[in-house]
Design a binder for this molecule. Structure first.
Ligand code: GDP
Ligand code: MN
Length: 376
């Protein structure tokens, strides 16, 4: 999961990587520049790259301009995300470099990329001299690689970048990150300063990473999906806040396939989820939670429950589903259940008895046709 820049920079600072002086403002805060000498950057804090090109990064010459920029961004949307926080910081200067360390699962290594031409075009793949290297995640190896790549640099600059590289590598390993990227990394006379932070944390490692858990918990709405996962123990990802079809599904691959199928038919799924039907342990609670999250979206028009049962008994599942719908008074849209596999006949009988309003299908396309009829 991608952290917002301000949180990534907080981790940088904790690992000794210099960042510009600055602070975060949210709605209702007094807007003041971080120090009395400008200019300043105002940057929308949304967990997505390419903010510069989308109008989420502004250079401001006066405190009034800072206030204007913040007011213009807060409460708006950027690249599909609500802007709930802005970072105000002093402008950093120097040459723009790109430095990135990314875990490379197939080789159990770390991909190191250093570019002397950093900036907003790198993310789009049109950076000038992109050089990728894979090496074992030993700090010495990473530093050696960086030194090799930087052979043409002046000695002093080389030492500075190597120092940031070493600190970034240590951060990647100590915090168990998937990605730590600095673009731009400003390299000037006074040393290196991280102009941006792209830090991807591994949610599966959060149990061992109290600091990451703390950063996530501190922003319940920006990291909504991650907070849900940590609290409830299963995956739920909102795909489209204006989606119309709420999904209660199991199996990551199957759920993704279902979403592709719906998108191909021009439908708008709201969420991805994996309720892990085999782990409900006789309680409808997890299903109630999902229905709660889905129904909180005004655009919701229909719910599709899609369970392909191997271990799960569909009779038991149908009883839990009926109980969950009973316990969800806010659910005011039709529910279509596509239940296929072990115990499907029992499930049909139980739903007919307890919740005859839930339409059950075993065939996927029949279920999607029912969805289409509701949406028509
Ligand atoms: P991104 O587009 O989401 O990656 O946002 P960035 O934080 O990388 O900002 C986009 C661009 O704005 C950078 O590539 C820089 O060119 C510029 N920029 C950002 N911060 C600073 C800064 O402190 N000083 C200067 N001179 N430029 C900056
Ligand atoms: Mn950037």
């Amino acid at each position: 999961m991608l952290l917002i820049e301000a949180d990534g920079k907080a981790l940088f600072a904790e690992h000794g990587i210099a960042i510009p002086a600055g602070h975060v403002v949210t709605a209702g805060d007094v807007i003041a520049p971080p120090a009395d000498t400008g200019p300043w950057m105002v940057k929308a804090q949304v967990p997505v790259g390419g903010r510069g090109k989308a109008g989420g990064v502004r250079r401001c010459g006066s405190p009034d301009e800072v206030a204007d920029a913040v007011r213009g961004m807060l409460g708006g949307r950027l690249k599909g995300h609500a802007v709930e926080a802005c970072l105000i910081e002093q402008v950093a200067g120097g040459a723009e470099r790109y430095l990135s360390l990314m875990v490379d699962p197939p080789t159990y290594g770390v991909r190191v990329i250093y570019l002397t031409e950093g900036g907003v075009n790198v993310e789009h793949g049109d950076g000038a001299d992109r050089s990728g290297r894979t090496c074992a995640p030993e700090l010495a190896a990473i530093v050696a690689t960086l030194n090799g790549l930087l052979a043409h640099e002046a000695e002093a600059i080389r030492a500075q970048v190597a120092d940031v590289g070493r600190k970034l590598a240590e951060m990647l390993l100590v915090r168990e990150l998937a990605l730590a990227e600095i673009n731009p990394l400003f390299v000037g006379e006074a040393g290196c300063v991280a102009g941006d932070a792209k830090v991807v944390v591994d949610l599966n490692a959060v149990d061992r990473q109290p600091r990451i858990a703390e950063l996530i918990a501190a922003r319940p709405s920006i990291y909504l999906d991650a907070n849900r996962k940590l609290a409830e123990g299963f995956d739920y990802v909102e795909l489209d806040p204006e989606g119309e079809i709420g999904l209660v599904t199991t199996g990551a691959g199957l759920s993704m396939m279902l979403i592709d199928e719906m998108t191909a038919r021009g439908m708008k799924p709201l969420n991805f989820c994996d309720v892990r039907s085999s782990q409900l342990r006789g309680s409808p609670q997890r299903l109630v939670r999902v229905l709660e999250w889905i129904t909180s979206r005004p655009s919701l028009r229909v719910v599709l429950v899609n369970i392909f049962a191997g271990i799960t008994d569909l009779g038991e599942f149908a009883a839990l589903l009926a109980a969950a719908v009973d316990a969800s008074p806010n659910l005011r849209v039709p529910v279509v259940a596509r239940l296929v596999g072990r115990g499907a006949a029992d499930a049909r009988r139980i739903l007919a008895e307890k919740r005859p309003d839930i339409a059950m299908e075993e065939d996927l396309h029949a279920a999607l046709d029912r969805i289409a009829a509701v949406l028509a």
